[in-house]
Write a protein that binds this ligand. Sequence first.
Ligand SMILES: [Mg+2]
Length: 250
Amino acid sequence: MKTYKSYLFDLDGTVYHGNEPIVSAIHFINKLANSHIPYGFVTNNSTRSPKQVAKRLNGMGILAEPWQIMTSSVATASYLQANMPHSSLYIIGEEGLFEALAAFAQTEDKPDAVVIGLDRAITHEKLSKAARFVANGADLIATNPDAMITTESGLVVGNGALVAAVAYATKTEPIVIGKPGAAIVEAAIKQLKLDPRHTVFVGDNYDTDLLAGIHAGIDTIHVQTGITTDLSAYKIQPTYSIPSLDDWPI
Ligand SMILES: [Mg+2]
C-alpha cells in the first residue's frame, strides 16, 4: 500500500449513508485532520453551497471547512474562470449554483453559455429558453450528469436527465463538469493546492468516483461501503479496493 500525502473523498456511500455517518470514514478523516494531512470532499450535488455541506459534515462529527468542499457548482465556476472568464450565462439550478456563479453576468439576451444544475422547480419554459440559447450557439454546460439521485423519499430524476432534454432538443453534446468527468477532481486539486501524484480519490461508486479519479489521472481507493460491490466487470481497476477505511493505514 502506498502512503499518500493527500486525500479526496466522495460523500454518500463513502463518508455517510444519507444521514448515517460511516464510522470507519469518520475515524479516518479525523485522524487525517489530527495528523495535518490535507483532505477534501468532492460532490456532484450542485444545489448546496460548500458552507452548507461543511455544516452537514460537522453535524456528523467530521472536521470540514467550506474551502475543503468541491461541489459540481464550484467546479463549474472554476472551469468557466479558466476557459471562458468573461462569459455571460443563462443558469438553470438552485441556490448552490447561483451562489457559485455570482461573479458571472446573467442574461437572456444571447448568453455565451447555458449552465444546467439540478433544479427541482424545473419548467418546460426554462428548458425551452435553454434550448433556444444553445441552438443559437451558446455552449451547454452540465454541473453533473447524474441520472437519478437518492433522497429520503426515494429515487428522483437527476440533473443528467434535465441536461439530456436540452442536449436532445438541440443535438448538442454538453460539457460535463461533475464526476465521472475529470474537471471536478482537477478543480479540487487546484483549490486545495495538492500534488496529484501523491493524492488519492476515495469513493464507493466505480462509474462516478473511481472513473473521475481515473480520468483525472490520480490513484483511486474503492471502499466497499456503498454502491459498487463487484469490480470484476471493469477493465480499468481502481488502484486499491478495501472493505472500509479501517483497513487503510495512514
Ligand atoms: Mg458515493
